[in-house]
Design a protein. Structure first.
Length: 569
């Protein structure tokens, strides 16, 4: 395909008691030093260009040279999310540097995070050309670490302060909100009420890798939140009084607020069918507690695992367990992931996964679960409506999630949407309520990406939750600020890394596939009329990062242009 014109250049929480705050910080910092850049004699880099270089005297020390509007400097070479090489990402003429893997975006001039899922900023280094060589000024640790943590340090906030922000929920959105508030100068009390029993984790690793070690899952440790005077309370919120501005917990406590952020996430759906409510070894997957139960049930491997549901959670879990177990996926669609990726892409991915040992029963409906003959308390088989019997040592349900808003079900001050979510405006302020926000899985918000035109939709993506938290932080600190438009991005481990940007909830009527999904190397464009509303790719980086940026600035290729041979790469 001919190229597209260059438009783009944790722990243990004290139950129902606040975590104590006591930590002293040293004011001493390492001194910056000057280092020579290896094999570079001049700063010959055109505007909008980037180049990875080695730093002499620092083992494995690399930085990324960038030219933004004529100014050349160096930033960290690796994305602070999962360490992707940023030289393979996308740098725009305006200085937005996007990771090729998961869409994290940084300001190449300041190093600051602009889009999730990255949490830490990039370090920035000054460079100078002298006597036929190029030198960098910076600290060795910053070069090697390729990250700069946000400054959330805040002295113990007084309860007498005028503002009191309370957050209900402890996921990705909460993390984005908390760090955003402190970084942007909010100094008042900040309380998080969560029932999970741990600080915010990288939830994506639960289904993709069945990880259970909190030390490897939590993004920040206890001391991090202490440094920002963030009070965590482990409890279940049972109600909200929106008039008198307080939330109630399951132990009868009242927590007052001036600003309330609801970030309760989703509740996994269960099947209202015979056996599914009473038999053991039937699991959902949402928390570390769920993952531990699944891992314990698998035990020494070699188990018969039935996964019900052929969307991303179910397929990711099937991939994660297929090498050591007999895994069967049951789905109602013609092919797995059909609703999001379409039939052609789904069929190709199914064929690739069958090659890895995953068995599929598609276009199938579940009838019941029967007990194990040797242990009647456990599940022993799943029956489909056509009579097919699937032996099972354990069953995992991946049949979707519902917004976790049960505590608002009978609250007359708020109106829930049909799916149980909360309708918001573009600042994530809940409709009809003052100083109340909803973020993440429970928010139905106006989507202004390609084809969206302000349609209210709900998106269950990690980066959407985190980004909505940052937007709310901006609005709390500066109510006059205009929300930044962003493009939803997600990724999935399906034997190979699938990357996706945009959204098809408003609908798509055609798919253009460049490449072969069975080979895990393709780009798929989802179109509505002549508008490309979403794209998915495997093995074609940085196609997703490039597409997301084109969508953001309303310059994405049209269906006609793609059919004429243009490419985002």
């Amino acid at each position: 395909m001919r190229p597209y014109p260059k438009i783009l250049q944790v722990f243990r929480i004290q139950t129902r008691r606040p975590i104590a705050l006591s930590r002293a910080f040293s004011t001493c910092r390492p001194m910056a030093q000057e280092y020579k850049i290896k094999d570079l004699s001049s700063l010959d880099l055109s505007p909008g260009a980037k180049k990875e270089v080695e730093v002499e005297g620092i083992e494995n020390g690399k930085v990324l040279l960038v030219n933004v509007k004529g100014k050349i400097q160096a930033v960290g070479a690796k994305c602070t999310h999962y360490g992707a090489p940023l030289v393979k990402g996308v740098l725009t003429s305006e200085g937005r540097l996007t990771c090729p893997w998961h869409g994290a975006c940084f300001n190449a001039k300041t190093g600051d995070v602009e889009d999730a899922p990255a949490l830490d900023h990039l370090p920035v280094f000054q460079v100078a050309e002298r006597n036929g060589a190029v030198y960098l000024t910076g600290e060795e640790a910053a070069v090697k670490g390729s990250r700069r943590k946000p400054n959330i340090k805040c002295a113990a906030a007084s309860g007498a302060q005028k503002e009191k922000v309370v957050v209900v929920g402890g996921g990705s959105g909460t993390l984005g909100l908390v760090e955003g508030l402190r970084e942007k100068g909010y100094k008042g009390p900040l309380t998080v009420i969560s029932n999970e029993g741990y600080y915010p984790i990288d939830r994506t690793k639960l289904s993709k890798a069945l990880m259970t070690d909190l030390s490897k899952l939590t993004w920040r440790d206890k001391s991090w939140y202490e440094s920002g005077s963030v009070q965590f309370i482990e409890s279940e919120v049972t109600g909200v009084d929106f008039n008198d501005r307080y939330v109630t917990t399951d132990d009868g406590k009242k927590v007052e607020y001036t600003k309330l952020v609801l970030a309760t996430g989703g509740t996994p759906r269960r099947l209202p069918l015979q056996g599914f409510k009473v038999l053991d070894n039937i699991f959902t997957l949402r928390s570390v507690h769920d993952t531990r139960k699944i891992v314990n049930a698998i035990g020494e491997k070699g188990k018969k695992i039935v996964v019900i549901g052929s969307s991303f959670i179910g397929i990711e879990l099937a991939v994660a367990t297929a090498s050591d177990n007999q895994v069967t996926v049951v789905g109602m669609e013609k092919v797995p992931l059909e609703r999001v990726l379409g039939e052609k892409v789904g069929a190709g991915l199914q064929k690739a996964l069958e090659g890895k040992g995953v068995k599929f029963y598609m276009g199938a409906s579940v009838d019941k679960a029967e007990p194990d003959t040797s242990n009647p308390s456990n599940v022993g088989a799943v029956y489909l409506k056509d009579g097919t019997k699937l032996d099972a040592d354990l069953v995992v349900l991946g049949v979707g999630v519902a917004p976790a808003t049960g505590f608002l079900q009978n609250n007359k001050a708020v109106q829930l949407e049909k799916d149980g979510s909360l309708k918001t405006d573009d600042t994530y302020t809940v409709a009809g309520l003052k100083d109340v926000y909803a973020i993440g899985d429970i928010a139905t918000f106006p989507y202004n990406g390609p084809g969206g035109d302000g349609t209210h939709i709900r998106i269950e993506h990690w980066n959407v939750a985190q980004q909505s938290g940052r937007i709310v932080a901006n609005h709390i600190v500066d109510p006059s600020s205009k929300p930044e438009h962003f493009i939803p991005i997600f990724w999935s481990a399906l034997g190979a890394q699938l990357r996706y940007c945009g959204n098809t909830i408003p609908g798509f009527d055609d798919i253009i596939v460049d490449g072969d999904p069975t080979e895990n190397k393709f780009i798929a464009y989802y179109t509505n009329g002549d508008t490309v509303v979403a794209m998915a790719s495997m093995g074609r980086d940085p196609a997703m990062a490039q597409s997301a940026e084109l969508m953001r600035v309303n310059k994405m290729l049209t269906k006609t242009q793609i059919q004429e041979g243009m490419s985002v790469l």
